[in-house]
Write a protein that binds this ligand. Structure first.
Ligand code: ADP
Ligand code: MG
Length: 323
């Protein structure tokens, strides 16, 4: 690499993210050491972004850095946990200084905002691939799993879905239409997704199950339902679709983006009927909007319906949207 691996790590990665007192040994040694407080469980996840697959070629480096961490923080949010430390494995074809500065700024800004310290990583040369390992903490036993749902639990979706997939379609010139302001907003939703950490933390103790919406609302609801050993009955007309999405895509394509497009990083969660009043008290809808879209059912059937019409019925084990 032109810049020299050691120099590159010193310049761009040594001070990345927040400073935390619980980092005993950070970037620079053979491995990092952190202090885990008593009574806490370590929550760990890793997600990899590959150029040309998870983001378009020649994407803005700031966005790549932001997204690489955001998708991981979103997994921690879905567990109702608090993110603390991250490791960054970066593979890139050349060490371009201005690219690296922007990439590190995108990742570092988001890390600082959520008090996450980058404690180590790996730097290699090859096709652009960014893999982040995120570590976080939860009180012992107090985390949100996908598998906690039960028949009768209400299914909720936070924020608005379909925006990021529409934003990607705009970036790739597959979608025109709508005002410049609406198109800009949708593209930002793809480029700079915001992980729902505060919402996830508030849901902890109330929701029975949660998953982050990374692969499309339908597929992710299915994963949650399956993990919970349930089916689901989902009213697709209740999916939260934003005005900018409807403006750019129209109602039909908007619903498709919401159901099978990914990258929104909203949360899908289930709440037992008797805890729904607690939900509205603990999660003020003006700060964290969410919408009830259906219910978990006994048996494996997944039904997505609009009015009385079933628009998509999924039998157990059937891979309906192809992922
Ligand atoms: P080793 O050969 O022992 O794996 P490296 O030269 O790969 O060591 O890394 C040296 C130090 O720099 C290690 O502490 C490692 O965690 C850190 N590091 C390497 N690449 C990155 C990166 N992209 N981001 C953060 N830390 C990194
Ligand atoms: Mg190494």
């Amino acid at each position: 690499m032109s810049l020299g691996e050691f120099e590159l790590i010193e310049r761009f990665f040594r001070q990345l993210g927040a400073r935390r007192a619980d980092v005993v040994l950070g970037v620079g040694d053979d491995a990092a050491v952190v202090a885990i407080p008593p009574g806490k469980s370590l929550v760990a996840a890793v997600d990899t972004l590959v150029e040309g697959i998870h983001f378009p070629r020649n994407s803005l480096p700031r966005s790549i850095g932001h997204r690489a961490l955001a998708v991981n923080l979103s997994d921690i949010a879905a567990m109702g946990a608090k993110p603390t430390w991250a490791l960054l494995a970066l593979t890139m074809p050349t060490a371009d200084e201005s690219w690296l500065a922007e990439f590190a700024a995108g990742l570092g800004d988001l890390a600082r905002r959520h008090d996450v310290a980058v404690i180590g990583g790996d730097t290699t040369s090859g096709p652009l691939t960014v893999s982040v390992t995120i570590l976080g903490l939860a009180d012992n036993g107090a985390y949100l799993a996908r598998s906690g749902g039960a028949p009768g639990d209400r299914v909720f979706v936070s924020g608005a879905v379909g925006e990021a997939a529409a934003g990607l379609a705009i970036l790739e010139s597959r979608l025109s239409g709508g005002s410049a302001a609406a198109r800009e907003l949708l593209q930002r939703r793809f480029l700079y997704p915001e992980p729902q950490l505060e919402l996830g933390a508030r849901l902890n103790g109330i929701a029975s199950a949660a998953i982050d919406i990374s692969d499309g609302t339908a597929g992710d609801i299915e994963k949650l339902a399956r993990a919970s050993g349930c089916g689901a009955r989902i009213d697709v007309t209740r999916l939260p679709l934003s005005q900018p999405l409807l403006e750019c895509a129209g109602p039909e394509a908007a619903r498709d983006f919401a159901l099978s497009g990914g990258d929104d990083y909203e949360l899908c969660f289930t709440v037992p009927q008797e805890r729904v009043p607690q939900l509205s008290a603990r999660v003020p809808a003006d700060r964290w909007p969410y919408r009830e879209v259906g219910v978990l059912t006994a048996g494996g059937e997944l039904e997505f319906f609009a009015g009385q019409t079933i628009v998509q019925a999924v039998r157990p084990g059937y891979d309906h949207f192809g992922h």
